[in-house]
Design a protein around this ligand. Structure first.
Ligand code: PEP
Ligand code: MN
Length: 264
């Protein structure tokens, strides 16, 4: 179902008024790793909207490596995202971690994110296949492209064709970056599938200074959008501060992306 051989027409995914896919202007998803409070998410939403973001991201259910780390504000976080959407008009993207919370998250989110750690949570994928909201599926940190596409197949097989694939870096022997961004899968996904593909340079690199160069490289490689973490005070972020852009850093990146888009 994901293969282009059987579906020569490209899929475009609609999130609110935002259209993502082949032939469309690349979109920018921006926001903090986690929703931490009303002021933090609303301030960030206003800033990223001002500089041209299309969608607001923010985790309410956080898949942290250890159980003692901040796990997210859960439903309270979803409510704060809804406030940020009301204040800015930006559609919201947030992660869903388990099949039993798909209904709850779908009440609030405009685009439901499956995190790298849940790419092969097959019961979650099946549940997402049965809803009528688009899904952003991130590549598992040790998943081959074939496994990644098989995960997307689970969602399509249940009837939901509104799926965006997202490359977010994979585990390799290299330790200088948090993950290794596998940019070649971007044109490969476009050759092999009819689904839109995005890149998350924040989790792919883990390092603020690398986010803008890799975001731009992703767009040149043909990504239909990028997803970047932005925080009002990255040093105080409860998660992923070192890879989060400041408002100023995001403004600079958006200026560069606008200039780049003239050539794409
Ligand atoms: C995130 O987007 O904050 C996240 C946890 O990403 P990933 O699942 O790619 O690690
Ligand atoms: Mn994060």
């Amino acid at each position: 179902l994901v293969s282009r051989d059987f579906h020569p027409r490209h899929t475009v995914v609609r999130v609110g008024d935002v259209v993502i896919g082949e032939g469309k202007r690349p979109v920018v998803v921006a926001g903090p790793c986690a929703v931490e409070g009303e002021e933090q998410i609303v301030r960030t939403a206003r800033a990223v909207k001002k500089y041209g973001a299309d969608l607001l991201r923010g985790g309410a259910f956080k898949p942290r490596t250890g159980p003692h780390a901040f796990q997210g504000l859960r439903e309270e976080g979803l409510k704060l995202l809804a406030i940020a959407r009301r204040e800015t008009g930006l559609p919201i993207v947030t992660e869903v971690m388990s099949p039993d919370t798909v209904g709850l998250v779908a009440e609030y989110a405009d685009l439901l994110q499956v995190g790298a750690r849940n790419m092969q949570n097959f019961e979650l994928l099946k549940e997402l296949g049965r809803i009528r909201k688009p899904v952003l599926l991130k590549r598992g940190m040790s998943a081959t492209l074939e496994e990644f596409l098989a995960a997307a197949e689970y969602i399509l097989a249940e009837g939901n064709g509104q799926v965006i694939l997202c490359e977010r870096g994979i585990r390799t022997f290299e330790t200088a970056t948090r993950n290794t961004l596998d940019l070649a899968v971007v044109p490969l996904i476009r050759e092999m599938t009819h689904l839109p593909v995005m890149v998350d340079p924040s989790h792919a690199t883990g390092k603020r200074s690398l986010v803008a160069p890799m975001a731009k490289a992703a767009l040149v490689a043909g990504a239909h959008g990028v997803l970047v973490e932005v925080h009002p005070e990255p040093d105080k972020a409860l998660s992923d501060g070192p890879q989060s852009l400041t408002f100023h850093g995001f403004e600079t990146l958006m200026g560069e992306i606008r200039r780049l888009n003239e050539f794409l």
